[in-house]
Design a protein around this ligand. Structure first.
Ligand SMILES: [Zn+2]
Length: 279
């Protein structure tokens, strides 16, 4: 149990560090390599496309980071519960949270009572519940878009700079083993090898985030949480999917799709918790 908690705490510290390093690396690749190389010719149309690509990248990146901050800024914790259940050394709860009544959980990592807890997100180091679920979903969407966009520009960069053709779909499969071999033979530089690795990182994160986001939206529409799904407690929600979605996304949901702003009313968390008292 102690080792398990230690591992979880370690992950809680390593995952945000990984997130910020990957963000910094993506930033550097875009502005030091991709944008100057792909759009280097001094034509008017090329200058316009440089501005467009920079704007699109910054927009996606700022939305991902903005929603990341909002997820942490508006935690799903219960404001009026100060008494926390003590966890004994021989606690039988194998998962990272105690299950309390009325959809509330005590997260052992956050050490807080969380309303309508969905899961503990290691990348933000916070629990995801009813209040920050909307920011978390938008964070996943924009992270996925940023990664896939970086992947496209990365492929364009390899094509322009090193004449690697991606016309054959198999190129992407053979790129990593070939680059690894070339790197150890000293044919390509460490930077080139690192870029190839980043292509796979972007592809992986992009696909995982997109899939995770779809799962979360479906769960929210059904009025369920990931916690309930894990415990096999999926039951038909009494409210319609529209009500379930507006419960999480708030009344100004459309604005929230494009900007990382607060769209969920501050009190809605307590109201939602009250609604779900019969859970
Ligand atoms: Zn937590």
């Amino acid at each position: 149990m102690i080792i398990r908690m230690f591992k979880l705490r370690l992950l809680n510290a390593v995952a945000p560090a990984y997130f910020f390093s990957a963000t910094a690396v993506t930033f550097i690749f875009h502005f030091c390599f991709f944008i100057p190389t792909i759009f280097q010719s001094p034509g008017i149309s090329l200058r316009v496309s440089t501005v467009i690509h920079t704007a699109v990248f910054l927009y996606l990146m700022l939305n991902a980071l903005g929603n990341y901050v909002m997820t942490i800024k508006y935690p799903a914790e219960s404001a009026n519960e100060t008494v926390i259940p003590a966890c004994s050394a021989d606690c039988s709860d194998k998962i990272d949270a105690h299950y309390l009544l009325n959809g509330r959980h005590f997260c052992k990592l956050c050490k807080k009572v969380i309303l309508r807890r969905d899961h503990h997100c290691f990348f933000t180091g916070n629990c995801i519940g009813n209040k920050n679920m909307r920011y978390f979903i938008m964070f996943c969407i924009y992270t996925s878009c940023t990664c896939l966009y970086s992947l496209v520009l990365g492929v364009a960069f390899l094509t322009v700079e090193y004449n690697i053709s991606f016309e054959n779909p198999l190129t992407f499969l053979t790129l990593l083993p070939l680059s690894t071999g070339y790197f150890f033979l000293g044919v390509i530089s460490g930077l080139q090898f690192f870029l190839v690795l980043m292509l796979y990182v972007w592809l992986g994160i992009g696909l995982v985030c997109a899939g995770f986001c779809c799962q979360q939206v479906l769960l929210v529409a059904r009025g369920q949480t990931y916690c309930q799904m894990k415990r096999g407690q999926l039951v038909e929600s009494c409210s319609s999917w529209k009500d379930n979605l507006s419960d999480v996304f708030g009344s100004h949901w459309a604005v929230g799709l494009f900007l990382p702003v607060q769209t969920v009313e501050a009190f809605s968390g307590e109201v939602a918790a009250h609604h779900h008292k019969h859970d």
